[in-house]
Ligand binder design. Sequence first.
Ligand code: SF4
Length: 167
Amino acid sequence: MSDIHKEIEENIKKQQSIQPSSDEKVQRPKAGFLKKAATFTESMVSRGLNNNKAEPVTIELRQLSCHGDPDKKLPPCADRKDSVKFPGSHFCGACGCGDKELTQLSPRKLDNGQDAYYKLEYPKVHCPLMMPGFTNYVPTTPGVSENPRKKFIEFSTGIEYIRENSK
Ligand code: SF4
């Protein structure tokens, strides 16, 4: 078994007891009201009037970061919360934006049968944990920020690929 695969195996074991870890808290920037307003505005501007969307590969990486992947034994982010307003969907419990139509992390249908525009589709969108796929992605820094989920995605997908496609 290669070193990378050994590391992935170890990370899977860590994930089984995963909770918002102290590491995640350390690397989570304290977003004040102005910062939140600025990132929300950036997202809205990037969406524009034509409902612009991020590239599918970018959305895929964000999906992995938020929702995990049962096939890879990667659990959902501990900060992902079940939506009460939109059953079956989820929202980010860490960004402070709450359970609203614009903040849903999961694809869903509107009453008219069309696909709802959801948060992971914005061309620019920030993650409090700076996870792969998001505009503010920051790679794992050994000894400084060791989020096991981020590390797992980086090992299984490749940091260069993530850098290129985190927009
Ligand atoms: S946006 Fe980031 S912190 Fe929020 S649920 Fe997704 S991965 Fe977790």
